[in-house]
Design a protein around this ligand. Structure first.
Ligand code: CIZ
Ligand code: SF4
Length: 302
C-alpha cells in the first residue's frame, strides 16, 4: 500500500516539476520520501534556489509562508491546511503596532515562528540558530522579541547588554517539559548527554549539557564523542539522528515532546497535495514585500 503511494508521489512529482521538503519534526514516512530535510529557514532558502516550479512544504503554515515569501513566483503547497503553529498564533500584527507605541525606541525582532503579517511589522527575523547573533547585530538597546518567551529569556541571558522586552508566547510542546523530566531521564540514563531546544523553559535549559536548534542538536549528536543522548526537542529529530548515527543511542527527554500539528501530514496528504495542487499558499503583495525585508535583513547578518 505505502509502496504504491510512494510510486504515485514520485510520478506526480515529475509531472508537476515539484520538490518535496520536510521539516525535522515530520513523521518518519514523510521524512523518508522528502528530497530534503531541515529546519524552517534552511528549507525555505533551499526552495528559493531550487529549479522546481512547485514546492510541497511538509511542515506547518508559517514555514510554507516563509518559503512563499522567498519564492513568490513559485507554487507553494501545504499538504494539510490545518497544520498550524499555536505559538505563531499567539501574537498578531496589531499586537506589534501597540508594542511600538509603548516602546517607540525599540527594534522589533520576530522569531521565524510567526505569520507573514507579523514578519511584515518587524525590523528583522531570527531563527533558533541565529537569534543571539541577530540581536547582537542591532544598534538599538531596547529589543522587543516575539512570540517565544523561553527563547527570549535564553537570548536575554546570552546578550545581557540589551534590554529585552519579551512577549509571553510559548511552544506548547517544548514548554511542557519540566526539570523533573530532566532529573528522571538522567536517572534512567546517567551517562547520557542532555541536548535541548531553547524553546524549553529556562530551568530545563539550565540543566542541559547543550542548547541549540534542531540542526545544532543533530550536528552535536553526530560530532560528539558521547555515545548516549537525551533529546529535548520534538521527537521527529530522532529519525535522522538514529539513521545517521547507528552506533549511538538517542532517548526522548519526555514523552510529551510531540507536536500534533507537525504530525498531521502523512504520505496520503503529500499524495493529495500533488494530485490536487493544494493547499496553495498566497500572501498579499504589500505584506509579502515587507515580510521579505525582515527575512532579507536576517540573511545579511548570518
Ligand atoms: O525553525 C525551525 O525549523 C524550528 C521551529 C525549530 C528548529 O530549531 O529548527
Ligand atoms: Fe509550533 Fe512548537 Fe509545533 Fe514547532 S513544535 S510547530 S513551535 S507548536
Amino acid at each position: 500500500m505505502s509502496e504504491d503511494i510512494i510510486n504515485e508521489i514520485l510520478e506526480l512529482k515529475k509531472q508537476r516539476n515539484a520538490v518535496i521538503v520536510a521539516h525535522n519534526y515530520q513523521v518518519d514516512e514523510v521524512q523518508k520520501i522528502a528530497d530534503i530535510l531541515g529546519d524552517s529557514f534552511a528549507l525555505s532558502r533551499y526552495c528559493a534556489s531550487s529549479p522546481h516550479e512547485t514546492i510541497v512544504f511538509c511542515g506547518v503554515h508559517f514555514m510554507a509562508e516563509s518559503a512563499k515569501i522567498l519564492s513568490p513566483q513559485k507554487t507553494v503547497l501545504l499538504p494539510e491546511i490545518n497544520a498550524g503553529c499555536p505559538m505563531a498564533d499567539m501574537v498578531n500584527a496589531e499586537d506589534i503596532r501597540q508594542l511600538r507605541k509603548i516602546y517607540p525606541n525599540a527594534a522589533v525582532v520576530c522569531y521565524i515562528n510567526t505569520t507573514a503579517e507579523v514578519k511584515a511589522e518587524c525590523e528583522i527575523c531570527c531563527t533558533s540558530s541565529n537569534a543571539v547573533q541577530v540581536i547582537r547585530s542591532l544598534k538599538e538597546k531596547d529589543i522587543i522579541f516575539v512570540p517565544d518567551m523561553n527563547l527570549g529569556n535564553y537570548i536575554a541571558r546570552m546578550v545581557p547588554e540589551k534590554n529585552m522586552i519579551i512577549w509571553n508566547g510559548f511552544c506548547i510542546t517544548h514548554h511542557r517539559v519540566t526539570s523533573d523530566d530532566v532529573l528522571n531521564a538522567r536517572a534512567v540514563h546517567p551517562d547520557a548527554l542532555v541536548l535541548v531546544h531553547p524553546e524549553c523553559r529556562p530551568d530545563v535549559v539550565d540543566m542541559a549539557d547543550f542548547v541549540g536548534s534542531t540542526k545544532q542538536i543533530m550536528d552535536f549528536g553526530a560530532k560528539s564523542e558521547g555515545r548516549k543522548f537525551i533529546i529535548g526537542t520534538e521527537m521527529g529529530v530522532l529519525f535522522r539522528l538514529r539513521e545517521d548515527n547507528p552506533d549511538k543511542e538517542f532517548y526522548l527527554l519526555s514523552q510529551g515532546l510531540i507536536c500534533p500539528n507537525m504530525k498531521r501530514t502523512k504520505l496520503i496528504s503529500v499524495y493529495n497535495a500533488l494530485k490536487e495542487m493544494k493547499h496553495r499558499i498566497e500572501i498579499e503583495d504589500s505584506i509579502l514585500i515587507r515580510a521579505k525585508s525582515s527575512l532579507d535583513r536576517m540573511m545579511q547578518v548570518v
